[in-house]
Ligand binder design. Structure first.
Ligand SMILES: [Zn+2]
Length: 316
C-alpha cells in the first residue's frame, strides 16, 4: 500500500537501504493512527525484497496480507500483552532459528511503550549481538519510554504528519470512502488516517467523540452536571485525554463560528450552540483550562478531581 503523506520518510528510508545503511534495529515514533504499522511493513519489505520494494512479488504480497512467516508481530504473538515468558519463547529462542523463507526475519514490536523494563531487558542481548538474519522494528508514541540501552542501539525515524488532504486521498483511493465524507473526516481527525478508519469502523474513537459532544452540549446548556457526567464515563487516562482533545476541537469550532471560519470538529452543532451562549474571551478561557488540565492530567492526578476543576472553570 502507498504511504500517504510520508514521501519525505520513504525517500530517507530508500536512500538508507540503497546504500546498505538501514539498521538492523529501527524505531518508528508517531502518534496512534499515524501509520507506524504500515511504515514498519514497508521497512520489512525493504529488508526482504529490496531498497525500493516492488510491491508485487510473493514476499511483498505476503507482508501486505500479514501472512509472511518471517515477519513476526510480537505483541500479537504475546496475546496482546508483553510478558517475559512469551518474550523469551518468541524472541530469544525463536531468534536462534533461521528464517523459513528468505534471508531475514523481522520482529515488529507494536506499542513498544507498553514493554516493561524487565521485558525490554530480555531483548537486549538479541539487539546487541544479533544473529545475522534478525531485524527488529519498534513502534511507539514516544521513545522516552524505552530503556536507554535499547534506544542507543536503534535508528529512530519520526513518522511525518499527514495533511488532511493526503489523508482524504488515502481514504478515497485505498478504502473507497465517499469523497465528501472522507474530506470531512480527514479535517476532524487532522489527517490521522488510523483514527479516520477507526471512526469508519465504529471503533473506540467514535465513543470518545460522542463523549466530547455530550460534554460540549453540557457547556452550551451551562450544565456543570452534564459536563462532569460525560467526562466521568472515561476510565482511562488516555481516553480522558482523547475526549479533552475532541472537546478542544469543538471549542475551536465555536471560535470559528464567531469569526465566520470553516468548522471541522466532530461536534459542529454543539459548537454553534456554544457560540450563541459564550463570547470569544469565554471560549478562549475554556480552551486554556482544557490545556491546563490535560497537562496536569498526564501527571497522574485523580481524573474525577480533574473533571471537577475543569467544570468549575468552564461553566461560567
Ligand atoms: Zn517485492
Amino acid at each position: 500500500m502507498k504511504l500517504y503523506g510520508k514521501e519525505s520518510l520513504v525517500e530517507i528510508l530508500e536512500d538508507a537501504a540503497g546504500e546498505n545503511r538501514l539498521s538492523h534495529a529501527v524505531l518508528l515514533t508517531g502518534e496512534k493512527g499515524s501509520g507506524r504499522r504500515t511504515t514498519a511493513k514497508f521497512i520489512a519489505k525493504q529488508m526482504m525484497c529490496g531498497a525500493v520494494p516492488c510491491e508485487s512479488c510473493p514476499v511483498c504480497s505476503k507482508i501486505d496480507a500479514d501472512s509472511h512467516p518471517d515477519v513476526i508481530f510480537v505483541l500479537q504473538k504475546c496475546g496482546g500483552k508483553y510478558n517475559i515468558e512469551n518474550m523469551r519463547e518468541i524472541v530469544s529462542k525463536g531468534a536462534a532459528v533461521k528464517p523459513n523463507d528468505g534471508d531475514v526475519k523481522v520482529y515488529i514490536f507494536e506499542n513498544a511503550d507498553e514493554m516493561s523494563a524487565a521485558v525490554q531487558d530480555t531483548l537486549l542481548k538479541n539487539i546487541e549481538e544479533p544473529e545475522p538474519w534478525n531485524r527488529f522494528i519498534f513502534l511507539c508514541e514516544n521513545s522516552g519510554s524505552l530503556l536507554s540501552t535499547i534506544r542507543s542501539r536503534v535508528t529512530e525515524y519520526r513518522i511525518p504528519e499527514c495533511s488532511p488532504e493526503e489523508c482524504c486521498e488515502c481514504l478515497v483511493n485505498e478504502f473507497s470512502v465517499d469523497r465528501a465524507k472522507a474530506r470531512e473526516l480527514s479535517q476532524t481527525m487532522s489527517g490521522n488516517i488510523g483514527k479516520c478508519l477507526e471512526v469508519l469502523n465504529g471503533g473506540d474513537e467514535t465513543k470518545l467523540m460522542e463523549t466530547a459532544r455530550h460534554a460540549a452540549a453540557g457547556i452550551a446548556k451551562k450544565s456543570g452536571y452534564m459536563v462532569c457526567a460525560a467526562l466521568a464515563e472515561q476510565s482511562g487516562r488516555k481516553e480522558y485525554a482523547g475526549v479533552l482533545e475532541y472537546l478542544a476541537g469543538i471549542l475551536r469550532d465555536a471560535l470559528a463560528v464567531r469569526a465566520g471560519g470553516e468548522l471541522c470538529s466532530c461536534g459542529k452543532a454543539e459548537a454553534r450552540n456554544i457560540a450563541k451562549v459564550y463570547d470569544e474571551a469565554a471560549v478562549t478561557a475554556m480552551l486554556d483550562k482544557i490545556f491546563e488540565v490535560n497537562s496536569v492530567g498526564s501527571l497522574n492526578l485523580n481524573l474525577a478531581l480533574c473533571s471537577a476543576y475543569l467544570t468549575s472553570g468552564i461553566i461560567i
